[in-house]
Design a protein around this ligand. Structure first.
Ligand SMILES: [Zn+2]
Length: 147
């Protein structure tokens, strides 16, 4: 691979193209050239990769404000995890009790279906939020390790 484009293409156009700063004509010229010139295509891919790397670094917030709502110490993180795992059996108990009470209070198959359909939907919604939250917590821990 030669250092310079075999057809003498100006590689400043490539970064301009990446930034979307070119005129429509230039843009077209670059895009056509990229399709025909493996040298510039490779250069462009490199630029793009670098750009993405810089972007993701740039958008990482500074550590001080990064995980403000995350527990600061291992202890509070443990407590929080414990809290989440206590919530689940508590929720099951309360829901079970509530369902039982409702079941006894509601008579007739139609009323029961009506009532329990709604409750089941709410429970499912809540569970989906809960699972999302638990998954997020895992991701957060992963980020913490990475940091
Ligand atoms: Zn070229």
């Amino acid at each position: 691979m030669p250092d310079r484009c075999p057809s003498g293409f100006d590689d400043r156009l490539l970064s301009g193209y990446l930034d979307g700063e070119l005129t429509q004509g230039d843009e077209q010229r670059v895009s056509v050239h990229l399709q025909n010139c493996p040298h510039c295509k490779e250069l462009f891919d490199d630029l793009e990769r670098n750009r993405e790397a810089t972007m993701s670094t740039r958008f990482t917030p500074p550590p001080d404000i990064q995980w403000d709502e995350l527990p600061r110490s291992g202890g509070s993180s443990l407590l929080r995890r414990l809290g989440w795992w206590l919530v689940i059996p508590w929720l099951v108990l309360v829901t079970g009790y509530g369902l039982w009470e409702t079941w006894r209070g509601v008579h007739g198959a139609f009323d029961r279906i009506l009532t329990f359909g709604g409750i089941a939907a709410l429970v499912l919604l809540f569970l989906s939020v809960l699972f999302d939250r638990l998954r997020d917590a895992k991701t957060d821990r992963y980020r913490e390790v990475k940091r």
